[in-house]
Design a protein around this ligand. Structure first.
Ligand SMILES: O[C@@H]1[C@@H](O)[C@H](O[C@@H]2CO[C@@H](O[C@@H]3CO[C@@H](O)[C@H](O)[C@H]3O)[C@H](O)[C@H]2O)OC[C@H]1O
Length: 405
């Protein structure tokens, strides 16, 4: 009979739970004081049972985001006809798994139905259509979402406003109007501005900060800035440059989340690229860990099998922490170590698996040009101190909103 010393037994018993359970990404993130580590997903992927099993693994994923099923073209393909079937599948999955749901997205220039993108609009009719969309959708998902990405990608790379149908027709005021409508429909849900290339300092990150100030100056609620973080292996911003912009957002009194993290490479994948990808993921996650106001991280799907990257960026891919065969890549270990977790993982090498804009609005009393103000003028006359610059007339649209035109 083999006798096992009590010391060895204690060691095995102590280590066993880690070997069996490991410390997954979400578990480790929560231990670091974050709310969640999560993943995007999409309806078509859920028929893949191996995929679903991992998505349901709440040790790794305490949060999910629908990749497409809450976008305007899916939910309101025809004006005032709402279809929640696909979005509800993801929302119900989150509920069943006790995972947080990030809801994505209400107002975005892309994936719009043609009745919106090619419609003939006036300022008032587009505001009404946008508010109707937001009110319906946010009300439908009231209580289900941790956060809504209220406005997505309103900025150009130089920090100017993107020339979307919303900006063209309404001007920058569409942003605070959207936030106010979302807050009115669900006062408890967190409301985010979400964009890419705002993860390190520069004109676009500065413009994102100005969007926060713009919404705040209108007296509307904004709770967070979402950093999409669609990065490229080898040119991902350093941890320190991400950290400094995170603290700039935090100084505005909002939280921050990494909302769509993935780090793509030019294919084929090599061991060197996978090693650099691990470093890039590690640095990004470490920047969030170090910033108290950074509350969570979402990867834009967890496996290369269903990543959006190859369909969008020709010749690029392998952007996720798991490969297309669901084996963990070095990136997984990097993320876990940045979260302070312990890896008992199988990671892949390239060949095999081994264990081991600037707002011109003044906040009070200044003159505005072409800029909306809340209740500052209207049918019943001035209610605030704002005056329009010479040559502009203050035009009343509704109780929330007027504009110097
Ligand atoms: O043919 C379309 C297909 O192109 C579409 O792909 C989705 C496009 O959006 C992706 O998510 C965005 C990625 O980056 C940020 O800019 C946005 O915030 C995200 O919403 C999504 O992952 C792709 O699947 O899907 C629908 C098909 O009909």
């Amino acid at each position: 009979m083999v006798r096992v010393s009590s010391k060895i037994l204690a060691l095995v018993v102590g280590v066993l739970p880690q070997l069996i359970q490991g410390s997954g990404l979400h578990t480790a993130a929560v231990a670091k004081g974050k709310l969640y580590f999560g993943s995007a997903t999409d309806n078509s992927e859920l028929t893949d049972t191996a995929y679903l099993t991992q998505l349901n693994n709440t040790d790794d994923f305490g949060q999910i985001t629908p990749g497409n099923s809450q976008k305007w073209d899916t939910i309101e393909p025809t004006q005032n006809q709402f279809s929640y079937t696909k979005g509800d599948v993801i929302a119900n999955l989150a509920k069943a798994n006790d995972q947080k749901l990030r809801c994505h997205t209400l107002v975005w220039h892309s994936q719009l139905p043609s009745w919106v993108s090619s419609g003939t609009w006036t300022n008032a009719t587009l505001i009404a259509a946008m508010k109707n969309h937001i009110t319906n959708v946010v009300t439908h998902y009231k209580g289900d979402c941790y956060a809504w990405d209220v406005v997505n990608e309103a900025l150009n790379e130089d920090g100017s406003y993107r020339d979307s149908i919303f900006y063209q027709t309404i001007g920058p005021a569409y942003i605070p109007i959207a936030f106010a409508a979302a807050a009115a429909a669900d006062p408890d849900v967190k409301l985010y501005y979400n964009d890419y290339n705002i993860e390190s300092s520069g004109s676009k990150a500065m413009a994102a900060q100005n969007i926060v100030k713009l919404v705040q100056s209108y007296g509307a609620k904004i709770d967070g800035v979402g950093l999409q973080a669609h990065f490229i292996v080898g040119s991902t911003p350093s941890q320190s440059s991400q950290a400094s912009v995170l603290s700039a957002y935090a100084a505005l009194g909002v939280e921050i989340a990494y909302t769509e993290l993935d780090i793509r490479m030019t294919l084929p994948s090599t061991d060197a690229l996978l090693a650099q990808q691990k470093t890039d993921y590690t640095n990004t996650v470490a920047a969030c860990v170090a910033e108290k106001s950074c509350i969570g991280i979402t990867i834009w799907d967890w496996t290369d099998k269903y990543s959006w990257v190859p369909n969008t960026f020709s010749g690029q891919g392998a952007a996720c922490p798991w490969d297309e065969n669901y084996a963990k890549k070095p990136a997984y270990t990097g993320i876990l170590s940045a979260l302070g977790g312990t890896a008992t993982t199988t990671t892949t090498s390239a060949g095999q698996s081994t264990t081991s804009s600037t707002s011109t609005t003044s906040s009070s009393g200044g003159s505005t040009t072409g800029i909306a103000r809340w209740g500052q003028c209207g049918g019943s006359g001035w209610t605030g101190g704002t005056t329009c610059a010479s040559g502009y007339t203050c035009t009343y649209f509704n109780d929330y909103y007027s504009q110097c035109l």
